[in-house]
Design a binder for this molecule. Structure first.
Ligand SMILES: [Fe+2]
Ligand SMILES: [Fe+2]
Length: 347
């Protein structure tokens, strides 16, 4: 088992005598490091492992304790280290200033060893407890986010359960969608949402009869109608949720077969009436279907890119330009998934 490290205390004082007194009081219990100036203290505060507590003299030449404290609290990397001021001054004003800057306590010189020991032990215990609390909350948040991702994967898998031969289509086209969203200037949060939401575009296929899903092409009007229903079914399932992720996913599911110039389904929307997320997914979806082996048919990336380029009626021209501009990235994603092409949904 890993042995817990000794807690580390940084003592900051411009007089080495004062440092020696503190070292004597605290030695043995803690790992001690010391700085004779504020500037050095700021450097030591960043060194790993970082100090668990800082004893900070107020009156120092050049950079005084208040300035040091302010700098420490302004930096995310050092803000949570508890600071105790050690000072000969006992004026209320100064104490107020120190607390306002984020110090947790004051100790006055000359120091009393039992008080120093007790105060330090108390503040260390408090900050350790707070840290473990924060870590627990962080862990729980991560579990929630992971749980949401897992739910998306399961839903995507369920949607494709009977959709024989699609392999890793949903995951690969989702990555194409994210890359295209990035190229179109989407912020990172949006990119991460579309990565999950795009994989759910065909969730509604769960409601399409299995015999239909076995077919590459519909044979008559009825079959076409049946196949097209997957957009509405997907929307009906996904729109029951209210989070931004599922709102996006439901819009993608409903409108990923619409066309920029009209003539798509299920609503025959045009242009910007189609949400941008759905416009992005339309390109990623079609491109992926064209470049994946279905029976004997498979297109080269060049040919599929050419197809995307010449189909502005189907796709938004601006997004087509972005898609063409990220061809190397698209190739990388395609290669990354190539060795996983075996049907991941049914193994
Ligand atoms: Fe679809
Ligand atoms: Fe698809």
């Amino acid at each position: 088992m890993k042995r817990a490290r000794k807690l580390k205390i940084l003592i900051v004082d411009d007089e080495s005598n004062n440092i020696s007194i503190m070292v004597e009081v605290l030695m043995g219990r803690y790992e001690i490091i010391a700085a004779l100036s504020g500037e050095i203290a700021l450097e030591l505060a960043l060194q790993e492992p970082q100090p668990d507590l800082i004893l900070l003299d107020v009156m120092m030449p050049k950079m005084d304790g208040f300035q040091v404290c302010k700098t420490l609290k302004a930096d995310k990397k050092t803000a949570s280290i508890p600071v105790i001021f050690v000072t000969a001054m006992d004026e209320v004003e100064d104490e107020e200033k120190g607390f306002a800057l984020g110090a947790v306590d004051y100790i006055t010189k000359p120091v009393s060893p039992p008080i120093v020991k007790a105060r330090i032990a108390t503040h260390l215990a408090m900050s350790q407890q707070q840290r473990s609390c924060e870590e627990r909350v962080e862990r729980q948040m991560k579990e929630l986010v992971d749980g949401q991702k897992e739910a998306v994967y399961m839903l995507a898998k369920a949607g494709h359960f009977n959709d024989i031969g699609t392999g890793v289509h949903a995951w690969r086209m989702a990555e194409y969608s994210k890359a295209l969203a990035k190229a179109a200037g989407w912020p990172l949060l949006g990119q991460n949402l579309i990565l999950l939401a795009a994989s759910l575009h065909d969730t509604g296929k769960i409601g399409v009869p299995v015999r239909m899903q076995m077919k590459v092409k519909a044979n008559n009007e009825d079959e076409v109608h049946l196949m097209r229903k997957h957009t509405v079914y997907g929307y009906n399932v996904l729109s029951t949720a209210t989070t931004p992720l599922f709102k996006m996913a439901s819009e993608i599911a409903l409108w990923h077969h619409e066309k920029w110039s009209g003539g798509g389904y299920p609503n025959d929307l045009k242009g910007e009436k189609i949400p941008e997320a759905a416009r992005i997914v339309t390109i990623a979806d079609v491109f992926d279907v064209l470049t994946v082996r279905r029976g004997a048919k498979v297109w080269s990336v060049e040919r599929a890119m050419e197809f995307v380029k010449n189909n502005n009626g189907h796709f938004e021209p601006r997004l087509v330009d972005h898609f063409l501009s990220i061809e190397p990235e698209i190739m990388q994603i395609k290669e990354k998934w190539a060795h996983r092409e075996k049907d991941v949904f049914l193994d």
